[in-house]
Design a protein around this ligand. Sequence first.
Ligand SMILES: [Zn+2]
Length: 416
Amino acid sequence: MANMDLNNGTSQINANDVEAIVKKVLENMMATPSAGLSAATSQPAASRVIPRTSRVAMLTALEQYEIREYPVPPVGDGDILVKVEGCGICGTDAHEFKKDPFGLIPVVLGHEGTGEIVSMGKNVTKDSAGKPLRVGDKVVTCMIFKDNPEITMFDLNKQNVGGSDVYGLLPDDDVHLNGWFADYILIREGSTVFQVSDLDLKSRILIEPAAVLIHAVERAKSTGILRFNSRVAVQGCGPIGLLCIAILRTMGIETIVAVDGEQKRLDFAKEMGAKTGVNFKNHQGIAALTAAVEEAFDGHPADFAFQCTGAPGGHSNIYKFIRNGGGLCELGFFINNGDATINPHLDICSKELTIVGSWVYTLRDYATTFDFLKRAEGIGLPLKKLITHEYPLEQINEAHRTNLKMEGLKIAIVNK
Ligand SMILES: [Zn+2]
């Protein structure tokens, strides 16, 4: 999970329905002209050499990974053994590294991972969307269960069922190959897995964080306010805000104003499709900042705003940028960063705002994300520049320290 969560699905859909739905989404996707991402060629199973052992990066104490070597376990009839090619470092990994809030240590982290199937059990024939699976295919896992395409982390937490196939957040066990910060991962029978051989490595590493934004934009669309000609403000230009801008841009929304305190990030926001950027450090007080945002929209307030920072002050400010009858999607508070002060009369009631929250994603959003990545590449958005740092597995401590220093945007472990 990147910096967010999911939403609530109430319908009871059986597994067959889900498979049919996801399959349809993917079929539609296949009918879309692809943007020419590098494709992987599947090769016969016999050509894959499986080593006897695999390295994993085990978080054994706060801020301390140890590289350990374990035997590669036998691959069961429903299991898939994957050679890891890369895995992004998520906000969740950073929290675990610093504080272990979930009490998982010792644990092999890494859930934004992808790699190549090197072996699979005889019962494995299809991925969670019904696409055929072969040795040599590139895959990703997803923390959302396939029995309900609308289920979200919100539901999982509510039902207390999270964790059973959330690779990268599983406590260590006899298998050990439970996270993507490793050379190999064993994906167990019944897990949610997608074949994404038509996406290149960097695009595959960005699937999980991008799915969070696909979900947020779907939530925003549910207000009925977000339209082709909408003026949209995106506050916060970290990976989440930048991906948000890219998704809006691929939807054909052109009047996007980015708000951040770092000029470098604002420049990147323009590359991702923002019309212009407003640096809040250049404006003293909320009235001046609001005026600057309106000026960036040629004298108008925003029709819709996405709040992508985790700062309470950011939440308080964003209402001022939005017009009467406009909409807001708050997705910056992936974790509890404290209370924010607003004036409910001025900020919500008298403006008649429509507000949605967004956290993580649904399984359906995941399938939509594959399509988004191809579209973004097709219209020339430099999405892959979001991955600013790559480290080999043995430098995972350093990679996390770079992440904590907030240097760069998305930091990834890449196995050569
Ligand atoms: Zn994540």
